[in-house]
Write a protein that binds this ligand. Structure first.
Ligand code: PGA
Ligand code: ZN
Length: 424
């Protein structure tokens, strides 16, 4: 059998879509095949995420990643040279042991995850398979794209507390149809917000949704619903939010402040219940703060929709093992850099599936043009992808990769549609 030996590892500092530095890693196999991957970065991060290493020097306002790059080039890289590139778990274990901390803070999660995912890409190139196929020979599910058309929270400079207002084109027949439905709604929404709030309303936030100066959730929903109705696709569309409630929760008072009003966990639950009564909402991400297990359990039990854990789970197998059996959430937001190695992220996915969870593969708000999550979402047959609106190229890159995968899979491609939580 041919050997696929890692013969070179090289990292460099590049830029993400916020003009912040990030890590790019090259892995060479048998001195002839290259696998390259970029590391994304969050802004609305959970406190239990693996820790990225930033230089904290004057250049790039402290955001430089030269130290992380050096850690790849001088510590992580040399340690995996000579290993088999298809031995993902062994490589990841090596990376983890060199760091030695629980949250990868010593060498930097941005250094470690860059190597980990570049290894997967290099392996797929070396064996001559598309990455999604290398991840899984049964990969065939095209995801429902959560089109994040209005942005708030930490990802814009408007006053909306919820971070993302998404449409789910669950009634489309194919992924490519979902794309043109999204485009039609986005065009209508653009006209609506410009008419109501002036030209500035059509500027976009970090994930490509409009950063309209709206203050209230229901006001935002009215614009979105109107756009959906005008597009003519209303029957094919559900709605969803990422509330990112960790960021408007005060752990000292144990209260949430939403639109200037304070809520207890139960009070906020009532707020969601009324929203779900008034709109066809199919999914809510992080409706409560990262450690408000009680809120998550209640929402999961009583709202009867998808409840997604982002900051709540941090793609962390230990957190899933502890919290999922309690009935806290019924879907996992899957961000590979939250945990810091691909094999741990794949463990998290499998654990979540075994709890009957859905999985939503997600971008970070700080992305590059690397479309790797498109391969991962198909690779794990997740059925849902969250990667923003298609008006920013770092988001479009993922959609374009999915369009290509859809074409490659041909008649074997299955669009998740209304089965987005379990599309097999
Ligand atoms: P982040 O935001 O990438 O800044 O964490 C996205 C999210 O909260 O889902
Ligand atoms: Zn989130």
């Amino acid at each position: 059998m041919k050997k696929f030996t890692i013969t070179g590892v090289f990292a460099r500092e590049i830029l993400d879509c916020r003009w912040n530095p990030t890590v790019q890693v090259d892995i060479w196999v048998n001195n002839e095949t290259l696998g390259r991957a970029d590391v994304p970065a969050g802004r609305s991060t959970g406190s239990n995420e693996a820790r990225e290493l930033r230089d904290k020097e004057k250049r790039y306002a402290g955001q430089g990643v030269r130290k992380a790059v050096k850690n790849v080039n001088e510590i992580l890289g040399p340690a995996i040279i000579g290993m088999d590139v298809t031995d993902q778990r062994k490589v990841d274990e090596k990376l983890r042991s060199l760091d030695g901390t629980k949250n990868k803070s010593k060498l930097g999660a941005n250094a470690i995850v860059g190597v980990s995912v570049a290894v997967a890409r290099a392996a797929s190139n070396a064996v001559g398979l598309p990455l999604y196929r290398y991840v899984n020979c049964n990969a065939h599910v095209l995801p429902v794209p959560l089109l994040n058309l209005l942005n708030g929270g930490k990802l814009t400079s408007n006053d909306l507390d919820f971070q993302e207002f998404c449409i789910f084109p669950i009634g489309a027949e194919t992924f490519s149809e979902a794309m043109f439905i999204g485009n039609a709604v986005n065009n209508e929404l653009r006209e609506i917000v410009i008419k109501k709030y002036g030209k500035i309303a059509a500027n976009v936030g970090d994930e490509g949704g409009f950063a309209t100066p709206i203050k209230k959730v229901r006001e935002a929903m009215e614009c979105l619903v109107q756009a959906v109705e005008r597009s003519g696709h209303a029957r094919k569309i559900g709605y969803g939010f990422d509330c990112a409630a960790t960021h408007w929760y005060n752990p000292k008072t144990k209260k949430y402040t939403l639109e200037g009003v304070e809520y207890t966990t139960d009070g906020l639950f009532d707020y969601y219940k009324a929203l779900c009564r008034d709109y066809p909402i199919v999914s809510i991400e992080d409706p409560f703060a990262e450690d408000d297990t009680k809120g998550f359990i209640r929402a999961t039990k009583e709202l009867g929709i998808q409840i997604v854990g982002d900051d709540f789970y941090c793609t962390n197998p230990a957190r899933i093992r502890e919290r999922a059996p309690k009935g806290a959430a019924n879907a996992l937001l899957w961000k590979f850099n939250q945990i810091g190695t691909l094999s741990e992220a794949l463990d998290a996915a499998e654990l979540a599936y075994r709890q009957g969870f859905g999985i939503m593969v997600s971008e970070r708000s700080g992305e590059t043009e690397d479309p790797i999550i498109a391969d991962f979402v198909v690779g794990i047959n997740a059925g849902q992808i969250k990667t923003g609106a298609g008006v920013r190229s770092e988001r479009t890159a993922k959609y374009n990769r999915l369009l290509l995968i859809e074409e490659e899979l041909g008649s074997q491609a299955r669009y998740a549609g209304t089965d987005f939580r379990c599309a097999l």
